[in-house]
Design a protein around this ligand. Structure first.
Ligand SMILES: O=C1CCCN[C@@H]1CCCn1cnc2ccccc2c1=O
Length: 485
């Protein structure tokens, strides 16, 4: 029957697997680590894409599309960045019955696909900045536990790849894009994130520095990288000879960035807001924001009720609210309530004989089950207010829950205790890579080791003489630590 078999706070992993299926977002596929994205999930991706695509177009970033396939030569070109990733690269070795002369890689990311052509296209400073983006899929044949949206062998993303004449321009764009990622998480998905910089150990090895928006899943006590915006420096320019003649006539290498967010965003939203009745969708990303359900009673004015539902949907749609009516006569109102709660529709409107007689509707919020009677005359205004309130409330509740999981520590003992309590830990750190590796080694266990998540741009006061929680050396920066996905 309807309803979930697992509770979020008791069996989080099973709850999540069930809620993505019962909410009709995901269908499991017969190849491990691959999932079918059903329309209920794809519509969320579309809404985010519409926002992000419009924003990067304002920045004069152009969409393009490069091939899925990578020739082995260029992939090996960047040894130190590829070395750690090589096991994840999927290869085409045959066509039909015959073996390919040379195996061809499937893109796990597109630096090595794009940059030989960046080298060809960029000659003089007038060819800069070159700013391209592509919406595509990538394949990474991961072996750690696959999780719908969070970790899959194929996922959708956008990847931006830009080249500038100066480092200053690159540095500026890195943060402009990171702000768009914060906007996606906090304003659309109602998920609080922390903007910061990855450590030398955790950054993209092929780049100069990595900035990130870090989310946190209270139920598992794990941090999760929400999206990344890297400054690549001139590393790839050196490797792929992406030079230009600058305005002084000298030969110079370009400064590059690359940045991405992925369908992982949807999984984070589900994990943060979902409950034991199913998905809870923030209105901004809900393809159906209001579901209208007729509640006929015997033959008391059934046609009138159905007409009122149709009129309600029409009025809401005309005001830009995404509303639908569920008028199927083969399901009861009660069944429909559970069904649309499972799918996380933010607001339900019921119209029964009494509502109809009083020329009002009964609205029910998905996030807190509050019931509000709305006169038909105030419909649009009050529904808009409710949707805005639901959006804001989902963020506030999630932020309060996330903040309750943050623990500031100064000593190793406090760190270990907070880790055992599934906290996200803010600690003063000496910023020494060896110390970070040591923290990983000292926290190894079946729950996974702790790692640095980011050093927040918003640094708290670091009093003179503060010592590193792990090494006792002089602390250089406050850093978030925790177990992570
Ligand atoms: O994050 C981004 C943003 C978008 C463009 N790419 C960068 C860096 C990707 C890092 N990465 C991640 N997994 C990989 C897996 C196999 C081969 C190479 C890689 C690899 O380079």
């Amino acid at each position: 029957g309807l309803g979930l078999s697992y509770k979020k706070d008791e069996n989080f992993g099973e709850w999540y697997s069930e809620v993505v299926v019962n909410g009709e977002m995901i269908e499991y596929y017969d190849i491990s680590g691959c999932y079918i994205l059903r329309p209920w999930a794809m519509s969320i991706w579309d809404i985010m894409q519409t926002f992000f695509d419009a924003e990067i177009k304002k920045m004069k970033i152009r969409n393009c599309y490069f091939p899925l396939f990578v020739s082995p030569g260029v992939l090996q070109k960047e040894k130190d960045h590829i070395e750690g990733f090589a096991p994840e690269v999927a290869w085409v070795t045959k066509s039909g019955e015959s073996d390919l002369e040379v195996p061809i890689a499937i893109r796990p990311t597109s630096e090595t696909v794009m940059y030989p052509y960046f080298s060809k296209w960029i000659r003089g400073h007038r060819d800069l900045p070159l700013r391209l983006n592509q919406w595509c899929n990538v394949v990474r044949w991961e072996f750690s536990n696959p999780t719908p949206f969070i970790r899959s062998r194929e996922f959708l993303w956008q990847e931006g790849h830009t080249a500038f004449a100066t480092k200053e321009e690159a540095d500026t764009e890195v943060l402009d894009i990171l702000e768009l990622y914060r906007h996606i998480y906090e304003e659309f998905l109602a998920v609080p994130v922390i903007k910061g910089k990855k450590s030398e150990h955790e950054k993209f090895a092929g780049g100069l520095y990595t900035t990130t928006v870090e989310a946190f899943i209270p139920n598992t006590g794990r941090g999760i990288q929400g999206a990344t915006s890297h400054c690549l420096g001139q590393n790839f320019a050196k490797m792929f000879e992406i030079n230009f003649e600058n305005d002084k006539g000298e030969k110079a290498m370009v400064w590059q960035n690359s940045w991405a967010y992925t369908t992982r965003t949807i999984g984070v939203m589900i994990m943060v807001h979902g409950d034991d009745k199913g998905l809870v969708l923030p209105p901004k990303i809900a393809s159906v924001q209001v579901i209208v359900i007729p509640v006929p009673y015997k033959d008391a004015n059934t046609q009138g009720i159905f007409d009122a539902c149709a009129a309600t949907v029409k009025t809401l749609n005309e005001s830009g609210i995404r509303a639908e009516v569920d008028s199927r006569d083969n399901y009861s109102p009660g069944w429909k309530y559970s069904h649309w709660e499972m799918k996380g529709v933010p607001l339900r409107i019921e119209i029964g004989p009494k509502d109809f007689a009083n020329n009002q509707v009964r609205a029910v919020r998905r996030d807190n089950s509050a019931k509000i009677d709305i006169p038909m005359a105030n419909l649009v205004e009050q529904v808009n207010d409710l949707l805005n309130n639901i959006q804001k409330s989902l963020f506030e509740v999630a932020k309060q829950k996330r903040d309750a999981c943050i623990q500031v520590v100064n000593t190793w003992e406090e760190f270990a205790e907070a880790l055992s309590q599934k906290k996200m830990i803010l600690a003063p750190w000496c910023d020494d890579e060896e110390v970070e590796k040591d923290v990983k080694a000292r926290t190894k266990g079946e729950m996974g080791a702790a790692k640095s998540l980011c050093s927040p741009f918003d640094q708290p006061e670091l009093p003179e003489g503060t010592l590193c929680f792990a090494s006792g050396k002089p602390a250089r920066k406050w850093t978030y630590w925790g177990r992570s996905y």
